[in-house]
Every structure is written in C-alpha cells, then in structure tokens.
Design a protein around this ligand. Sequence first.
Ligand SMILES: C[S@@+](CC[C@H](N)C(=O)[O-])C[C@H]1O[C@@H](n2cnc3c(N)ncnc32)[C@H](O)[C@@H]1O
Length: 273
Amino acid sequence: MAGFNLTPAEYQRLSEYIYLKTGIRFASGKEYYVATRVEKRMQALGLDSFNRYFSFIRFSPSEEEMELLINSLTVNETYFFREYNQLRCFAEEIISLLTEKLNGGRLKVWSAGCSSGEEPYTLAIILLEMLAGTGLSFEVHGTDINTSVLLKAKRGYYDERSVKDVPGDYLQKYFSKNGAAYRVLPQVKEHMRFYPLNLKDASAMEAMEGFHVIFCRNVLIYFDEQSRREAALSFYRSLMTGGFIFLGHSESMSRITNLFKPRRFKEAIIYQK
Ligand SMILES: C[S@@+](CC[C@H](N)C(=O)[O-])C[C@H]1O[C@@H](n2cnc3c(N)ncnc32)[C@H](O)[C@@H]1O
C-alpha cells in the first residue's frame, strides 16, 4: 500500500464520522495524519480498500475497530505538573475556597481527557499535600476516550520525561524508582478512578455528577465550536454550585459559553459555576 492516500470524498466521509463520534474536527491539512493511521489499521485487518474499511467500521457489530482507530488518532501529549501556575492556583486558592464549605465531606475532582494519567495523579499529589491533617477525603476521576492511554494511567509507570517537572521532594515521596521507570505509589493510586468516557456521549456525561472541580485542559482545542458548547453544558451540569473548571492556559470558556463566571486569581483565570 505504498503511497496510500484518501480521496477528498473519502477524507470528508471519514472525518465527518469521526466528528460525530468524538467531537474531534479533522479539518483540511490533516489528510496525511489521518491517512497514515487508517493505512496502519487497514494493514492490521488485511483490507486493501478504504471503502471496505469504512463499511467495516460502520456496520461491524462491535465498536472495537472504531475504538482502535480513535486510539491511533488522538493527541495524547501530557506530563506531570503541566502548567504550574494553574496548579499553584488550584493548590493555594481553589482548594481552600471549596473546603471551607465542605463540612467534613469528600472532595470530588475530575480530569476529563486525562490521557495517560499524569494530570489526575498530579492533582491527587497536590490534594494529599493540601488536605493533610484536615480530616477531609478526596477522589480523583480520570477519564479519556482513548482506551490504550487509560491502561497506562492505571499502571502508573512513567519515564524520566513525564516526571521532569515534578518537584524533587514529591518525586521522593510519591514515586518509587523501578529501573528507568518511576512508579506512582499506592498511597496516591488509592484515590484514583480511571475509566473510559467520551465527552461527546450525552448519556455517559449525564452520569457524571457532584464534582467540585473539573480539569479539562488541552482537550477542547480539538473540538469545533458546537461540540465545545455541548461539552461545556455537560460540565456545567456535572459541577456542584460554586464548583470550578480549569481549561488549558490558551483556552477560554468565555469564548464558548457565558454559563460560568470567570474568576481572576493571582496566576490564572478559572471559571466557576
Ligand atoms: C493533549 S491530551 C491532554 C491531556 C491533559 N489534560 C493535559 O492537559 O496534559 C488530550 C486528550 O483528550 C482526549 N480526548 C479527545 N477527544 C476526546 C473525547 N471526545 N472524549 C474524551 N477524551 C477525548 C485524547 O484522547 C487525549 O488523551
């Protein structure tokens, strides 16, 4: 299949279908990126025409092939303690605002589009530090559409590059070194819940409720406006009144919806229900 290409019509059909399923918009300019992934999947299945592959995805009784194609298409770049200023704001301002009213309860935090787990583990480490001695408990949910990165998240083994921004004392306290890998310790893992969730799946999103904080950073940038609005509305429903949502530092909720109140803190703008 040397020089495999999708015709403009094939690309259009496939990208429209991917958009419907995931909210991810592959616009023009991404043809080569998509075609190389499709080619790999076709080779794995021994199929030699795009039409047969597309029919297979559309009409096979299982969702397995669509899952594998999506796994190969998503961008999963992430690392521990990414966008430190926002995390400092979470640690030093948001947690205390929320716990004032928690009355001995449990803080529920969600990393939506968590990739291989670095973001939700980071949040758990911060919560362990900030809630120590308060008697308050917490849980961190990590969800993603990509089932293969979630397996990595559940395992909790990372390389040097992923942990490069972890402060030295936290690396000592919350990881053990196994050869070249850094393993997240059980005292962090016991707070985690990892499971697949597609932000485009309205009924799955309805089940997500009672969260005090949502992090959805560097995910909605891959969506178009309509899907961003739908996701924002779902997040609004998932949050407790007074809860906060963090987007990536280059993303703005005000451009998506005016449902949330923008709150300006020392180091970041965070959106509140
Ligand atoms: C660039 S990573 C961001 C990881 C992390 N939030 C961070 O900022 O470091 C984007 C993640 O969004 C996930 N994603 C994309 N579309 C999604 C959807 N419809 N539902 C759930 N997750 C999705 C991808 O699989 C990917 O793991």
